[in-house]
Design a protein around this ligand. Sequence first.
Ligand code: XAN
Ligand code: ZN
Length: 440
Amino acid sequence: MTIYRATYLHTPANPFEADQALNIQEDGGLLVQNGRIVQSGPYADLRAAHPAEPVEDLRGGLLLPGFVDTHVHFPQVRIIGGLGVPLLDWLDRYALPEEAKFGDDAYAAAVAREFVAGLTRSGTTTALVFGSHFASAVDVLFQEASRVGLRTVAGQVVSDRMLRPELHTTPERAYQEGRALIEKWHGTGRNLYAVTPRFSLSASEGILESCAALMNEFPDVRFTSHINENLKEIETVRELFPESRDYLDTYERAGLILRRSVLAHNVHPSERELGAMAAHGCTAAHCPCSNAALGSGLFPLKRHLKAGVPVSLGSDVGGGTGFSLLKEGLQAYFMQQLLGADGEPLSPAHLLYLCTRAGAQALGLEGEIGDFSVGKAFDAVLFRPPVGSTLHTVLQHAHTPERALASLFASGTQSDVESVWIAGEGIYSRSPAPEAAPLI
Ligand SMILES: O=c1[nH]c(=O)c2nc[nH]c2[nH]1
Ligand SMILES: [Zn+2]
């Protein structure tokens, strides 16, 4: 067993529903055995109860539950930063040409290393991942995730129209390849499978039916796709599905909207769609940096909350601008500020919840991860800014841990992550800063 001694913060309750949802231990202890938290509370109490156990001293930083990114694209790491165009042009110009390269397993393997490293060194310990259109590249992704130990929920992306021929499949092939991947990876180690049609614009009814066949055959696999991101996209989907009431209905009619479904974006929902998502318990993955970068719009968080739709956060790399969920939290906060009276004011507790427990709930993993309650896996990220950095100065002068958390969201980056654990296993540790080179 090990006692982790730290200032830790977590949200065992939902701050959108309960006051005092943020739990803070200023000099806290977490006793971890076989990767699980077995006792928590003030460090002094834990030490008194376990005088002989080794202690990892993590003071001087903030220890948070590992982040859960509920929308991120594996094959888009190398194209982060395609700014200045709306969604459909961005897909044509940046995303799809890059994704076409993933028929080459060696290329996919190189990017898989970059992708998994990008997530883990940002403090993300669980991710719902849009895989590749190529089944073998998805296999490569799961192999890399397993090597590192990242909790990965991922699937083959399927489409049969309007992208480019090499990215298209057929309903029969989508079913066969999906089935083989599920049998190999779903429930293997820390991996789970998510059935993943790209979006209704590129998916015929036949493809959506093949997705539903997989969901019915494997009742525990997750489902993810995109919805209501961009006005031109929504109009095209309306023309392609004249029988459907709205965008959500294209998935709903196929039986794909369930408690285990996560839909990215939902920037422009109707009231009917929000009501139906709430009724099914389906989550909206809010991707604020991507929405801002692609000019998709301002996410109506207040309407989601009022309707009772669960909301989580996604980085949406590469429409998004990087892997750090701190930045997504900050951008979510900005967006709600900019919405004025229509915005939902977000506190540091809301931001932490969105980065952690909300994602765990979206994926049906709230019994396992998402906060530091006793019994959960020790998935954690230690933010300890380098001495001399501005954030280090700010944290030293923060009056309370809650103020420090707000400052971390305001200006924390990947380089402030010192260590990351998944199920008690150290999977990332920042190497010490290199000696400064002499100027002359
Ligand atoms: O942000 C997005 N990124 C994508 O790759 C994509 N594909 C369909 N719709 C999408 N939206
Ligand atoms: Zn996306």
